[in-house]
Design a protein around this ligand. Structure first.
Ligand code: HAM
Length: 426
């Protein structure tokens, strides 16, 4: 027997119903916020992520599915969506569109070679949005509002929006110098990764799981003390807009995020639900002014976020939220006798063309067993067609909720059922 690769999963129909439901909700929400869908390839040139996500990140250093294709080009299964969206924005000159900012959303699988555990997969699906072309703090607040809306709209309550500012380049450089000075005397005590980070990207030390209890972590200089006036003011405005919308948040000066492209706003949404598990981050995002230029485009600010559907569904489970899934079938046709069987095939086809959900038996089951199937499929109506009915050009329609049964002329069945399933009366 061959099973799925580690860190991946099959989604069977019972699960895909939930996925379809949350996907539709996300798409509808994006329409409400006026974000439009973009679809980019599952694999890209490896260089895109090296430059976009950043050479010193865990993602690029140890988590990418990178391979050479038959033409000896290095390609990588996308570990995230932002770099690809920005590449497409530059490649197709979307910055030239008269309507800016360019507001895009995406849904799709991402790939990271991580140690699998609950909520951490090697293939996972992200919902994400990116708004390119505006440095207005109101759009930072908009992206966070959208992110909170998707969770709240699905019925989650135990949520925490965690916010930080990483400042602009000047603030970051000053903070970086301070971090280097702070950690240098402790270099030998830090883990191997952090020793490298100290020279290359000391901010990432603050995010280290191994060194998180080191004394020097507690006294590390905070970026918030190094924000210059512009960055400070920007951060204040973002918070003001969140306050204005009544969106609660907490500031975490150690929130640094795992990708290199961030500046100014950085945020994560966590689940507080007991039983959610060890990983509590539901989604993350932030501002990435500079990324468009890094990928060859004109100076363009950007902000976005992404969540994974796997963790979203885990949070729904942890909070005991049942999605209002409609797993009923409009109609099940039961035929008895060879001629009725033939007519049933035609009837099913006619009804399906009218947009009514219909199914019938294909197992040669007896009447009773067919009825059971109809019941199991949550059929709202059962159509019964025997030789006698056929001879009279009628069909029996049973309302499964009330048990009521009526004879309807075959010629009228389409209109009758249309009325019934759309909630009208016959
Ligand atoms: P990220 O924090 O790397 O950011 O990932 C965003 C979300 O994807 C996480 O909060 C988590 O829900 C989910 N996720 C990440 N890795 C896994 C995994 N192995 N298994 C399951 N879920 C996972 C980004 O990817 C950025 N591109 C977000 C962004 C968009 N920033 C600006 N725009």
């Amino acid at each position: 027997m061959i099973n799925v690769p580690r860190g991946t999963q099959d989604l069977l129909p019972e699960e895909t119903e939930k996925w379809q439901y949350v996907e539709e909700k996300f798409k509808a929400l994006c329409r409400t916020y006026n974000y439009q869908e973009i679809r980019t390839p599952i694999f890209e040139h490896t260089e895109l992520f090296q430059r976009g996500v950043g050479d010193t990140t865990d993602i690029v250093q140890k988590e990418m599915y990178t391979f050479n294709d038959r033409g000896d080009r290095s390609l990588t299964l996308r570990p995230e969506g932002t770099a690809s969206v920005v590449r497409a924005f530059v490649q197709h000159k979307l910055f030239g569109n008269p309507t800016q900012p360019t507001k895009l959303f995406y849904i799709g699988p991402m790939f990271r070679y991580e140690r699998p555990q609950q909520g951490r997969m090697r293939q996972f699906v992200q919902f994400g949005v990116e708004a390119l072309g505006s440095a207005d703090p109101a759009i930072d607040a908009e992206v966070m509002a959208l992110a909170m809306n998707i969770y709240e709209g699905l019925g989650l309550k135990s949520l925490k929006l965690v916010l930080n500012s990483l400042g602009d380049n000047e603030s970051r450089t000053n903070h970086r110098d301070a971090l280097m000075k702070h950690f240098e005397p402790h270099k030998e005590e830090l883990c191997n990764d952090c020793q490298v980070r100290l020279d290359k990207n000391p901010l990432r030390i603050l995010d280290c799981k191994k060194d998180k209890d080191h004394e020097a972590m507690k006294t590390a200089p905070s970026i918030l003390e190094y924000l210059n006036d512009y960055s400070q003011n920007y951060f204040e405005q973002v918070k003001d807009y969140l306050d204005q919308m009544g969106i609660e948040y907490v500031i975490d000066k150690n929130l640094v995020r795992g990708l290199d492209y961030y500046n100014h706003t950085a945020f994560e949404i966590m689940s507080n639900a007991s039983g959610f598990g060890a990983i509590t981050t539901l989604s993350g995002g932030g501002r990435y002014n500079g990324l468009v230029e890094d990928l060859g485009g004109p100076e363009t600010p950007g902000i976005g976020f992404a969540l994974s559907v796997e963790r979203l569904l885990m949070a729904l489970d942890a909070e005991g939220v049942a999605l209002p899934l409609d797993n009923s079938l409009d109609c099940y046709v039961i035929a008895m006798g060879d001629n009725a069987e033939k007519k049933a095939v035609e009837l099913v086809y006619t009804l399906r063309k009218a947009g009514i959900q219909v199914d019938k038996d294909y197992q040669g089951k007896k009447f009773k067993a067919q009825f059971k199937t109809a019941d199991r499929l949550n059929a709202k109506y059962v159509l019964i067609l025997g030789e006698e009915e056929l001879a009279n050009n009628v069909v029996n329609v049973k309302d499964m909720a009330t048990g009521e049964q009526k004879q309807i002329r075959i010629a009228d069945i389409e209109t009758t059922l249309e009325k019934l399933v759309t909630g009208g009366t016959n």
